[in-house]
Design a protein around this ligand. Structure first.
Ligand SMILES: [Zn+2]
Ligand SMILES: [Zn+2]
Length: 152
């Protein structure tokens, strides 16, 4: 990661801190550190990968430390959990609840968040036709990303 990317992450962290402050919540140094690790990563990180990275700077960090920080970041909608990978990514929309679709590359592991409201509402309407009351529509799509794709 170069200096420009570091500054971009710092700017995202400052924005996240402002989002939290606007809700009366506090992005403590620990929470900021964990969010920074997620923003720095090229691919989603599991709680244990995060714990390993956190311990490089905070030796005594325990699993509960990470889980509490992740719960906070999820509640503030600054990150998403990609269930299929049991791992966490930063939210591209940073801070508001929204339907999301994740494109998961099986070759390089990259995850891209897209926000297609038409697709989300089509799924919600399909669910409603079954008498189901959807609350949040998150779709995870596995495949090959543009960089990895090799035309046959
Ligand atoms: Zn998001
Ligand atoms: Zn890929």
């Amino acid at each position: 990661m170069n200096a420009t990317q570091h500054r971009a992450v710092d700017a995202q962290l400052d924005k996240a801190a402002a989002v939290c402050a606007g809700r009366g919540a506090q992005l403590t140094p620990l929470r900021r550190h964990v969010l920074g690790l997620i923003l720095d990563a090229d691919a989603p990180l599991t709680a244990y990968q995060l714990l390993d990275r956190l311990r490089a700077a905070r030796k005594g960090a325990a699993p509960a430390t990470i889980y509490r920080a992740l719960d906070f970041l999820l509640a503030q909608r600054l990150i998403h959990k990609v269930e299929r990978l049991n791992a966490f990514v930063a939210c591209a929309e940073s801070g508001h609840e929204h339907p999301a679709q994740f494109l998961i590359c099986r070759q390089c592991g990259a995850v891209t968040e897209i926000e297609d409201r038409v697709a989300a509402s089509a799924l919600e309407h399909a669910a409603e036709r079954e008498g189901f009351h959807p609350r949040m529509t998150v779709v995870e799509i596995e495949g090959t990303c543009a960089a990895c794709f090799q035309p046959a």
